[in-house]
Design a protein around this ligand. Structure first.
Ligand code: FHN
Length: 482
């Protein structure tokens, strides 16, 4: 990010000290204080790194897509609707007044924010990003500028975001919201890209969109930041024609002015290159981190990024989507993302009753159990200078600020494992995380470190997904073995 310049307009502190002989006479300091205008799009690397630090150390968060779309749950007029569950209003061409029936019915009686926060905690997730408002326009909090919300419109009439924000704080989990710039319900936001909604089929796009931004979206930003202790603002729906790069930069400035240390993803602006998620380099696009979606960057990046992924094939709940990724896949994704210096935002799509689906909870428990033994290779780590992997089965991470390295094996280690890029310090132990047994190792120039792994050590570990060698030493700068 670029240098921060803090403008002191008219703020002058003049202290005149006049010394006469043995007497000294000090004039009162003259201070005129005017508002300090901060340009949040220009920030020193030091300030940026400070602001991003907790997020970088956290590595792993929960994404939650939840709203009235969980009622149809992928079905409409008795037939399955293709596509992701939260898009059913658009994909099934449901008229707004008909979709509002779902919003009115929305009444998740089994929702228990403390249970959800415990699931996150036991999964080893350090932050959460929940849909405050998805493209359907329905608000999961009591918005002062909308009647189309959980309090005024639904049957539930309790503030979901308030409950979850409070529960997460109790568990030390940072609270973030996903907020869609695109809005299929608000007449001033309805986009020419989705012409079936009225008010939108004007050539050149919805002329009232700037008014929606100023009088609806931004006031909602203030509500969310002021009243729900939001630490991450995760925008989406930025692709519509009506939303411009200038508006994106302005929106970033505005949200940062509400809470200077808030984190904002790159979908606040127009720079994102589709599902690959990183910003184009052709302009000064706003946003603190890139957002690869349903994919992991091919290699590592010097920029901050977070892969958001589903556990099955939908973000919002669909009753017939049982295509769940295995716990192994989820754990290997987390390791891969971490080795490349990214974060992993793993989605759950709760039911209309307010329950996180059982298969999601099972998988999250397995990830959490793996992290109990191996978390030090994930949290508070950084990517290696030269190599994030060796072949296809070994990925590397490094403890932040220490010469402690982790070689994470995605397949069960053989009796002898050679790590080409790391050299243990003389006299130090090499261990497997989860075991205190020191492992025999030898180092040979040009070959690397060969570690002997006995069967009893592996049996005692009783690990089934990934095995982590902990090595106090140094990275050897040589090429990645193919
Ligand atoms: O259209 C949304 C989609 O519903 C979902 O929210 C994902 C998750 O980031 N984002 C958009 C698709 O890129």
């Amino acid at each position: 990010m670029r240098k921060s310049i803090v403008y002191h307009i008219g703020t002058m502190l003049v202290l005149l000290v006049l010394v006469q002989g043995c007497k000294s006479e000090k004039k009162k300091p003259v201070v005129t204080s005017e508002p300090i205008a901060v340009n949040y799009l220009e920030e020193t690397k030091k300030d940026f790194d400070t602001r991003m630090e907790w997020w970088r150390n956290a590595r792993f968060g929960m994404f939650i897509h939840w709203g009235p779309y969980a009622i149809p749950a992928g079905m409409y007029n008795g037939k399955p609707v293709d596509g992701i569950g939260e898009w059913i209003m658009n994909n099934a061409h449901i008229p707004i007044t008909e979709y509002e029936v779902y919003s009115k019915q929305f009444d998740p009686k089994k929702f228990n924010a403390d249970e959800w926060a415990m699931i996150m905690k036991e999964a080893g997730m350090k932050y959460v990003v929940i849909t405050s408002k998805h493209h359907d326009g329905f608000c999961l909090w009591d918005s002062k500028v909308s009647e189309y919300d959980i309090i005024d419109f639904s049957s539930y009439k309790k503030d979901i975001l308030k409950a979850l924000s409070t529960a997460c704080k109790k568990q030390g989990i940072k609270f973030g919201v996903y907020h869609s710039i695109m809005d299929w319900h608000h007449p001033d936001a309805q986009s020419i890209n989705y012409p079936e909604y009225n008010n939108a089929s004007k050539p050149g796009g919805n002329p009232n969109f700037p008014s929606y931004l100023e009088n609806y979206l931004k006031p909602q930003m203030k509500e969310l930041v002021d009243d729900y202790d939001v630490e991450i603002m995760w925008f989406d729906g930025e692709w519509i024609d009506e939303f411009t790069h200038d508006q994106g930069k302005e929106l970033y400035q505005y949200v940062r002015s509400l809470k200077p240390n808030i984190l904002i993803n790159n979908r606040v602006d127009k720079g994102r290159q589709g599902m690959q998620g990183m910003n184009k380099a052709d302009a000064d696009y706003a946003g603190d981190f890139g957002t690869p979606e349903q994919e992991i960057l091919e290699g590592s990046s010097t920029l901050d990024w977070e892969s958001c992924m589903t556990m099955n094939d939908t973000w919002g709940f669909k009753k017939n989507d049982h295509n769940w990724k295995s716990a192994q896949t989820l754990i290997h994704n987390l390791i891969d993302v971490t080795a490349k210096g990214g974060n992993y935002l793993l989605n759950v799509g709760p039911t209309s009753e307010g329950l996180i689906p059982g298969p999601s909870v099972e998988r999250l428990k397995a990830v959490g159990k793996w992290l109990q033994s191996n978390g030090e290779a994930i949290y508070n780590t950084e990517k290696l200078k030269n190599n994030y992997r060796q072949g296809n089965d070994i990925l590397f991470t490094k403890s932040k600020g220490k010469d402690v390295y982790y070689a994470v094996c995605l397949t069960k280690p053989k009796p002898e494992v050679t790590i080409e890029h790391l050299q243990p310090q003389e006299g130090t132990k090499v261990t497997l995380l989860g075991s205190s047994v020191p492992l025999k190792w030898t180092y040979e120039q040009g070959k690397g470190t060969t570690i002997s792994v006995s069967a009893p050590v592996l049996e005692e570990l009783n690990e089934e997904y990934a095995w982590t060698f902990k090595i106090n030493g140094n990275e050897i700068e040589n090429k990645i073995s193919e």
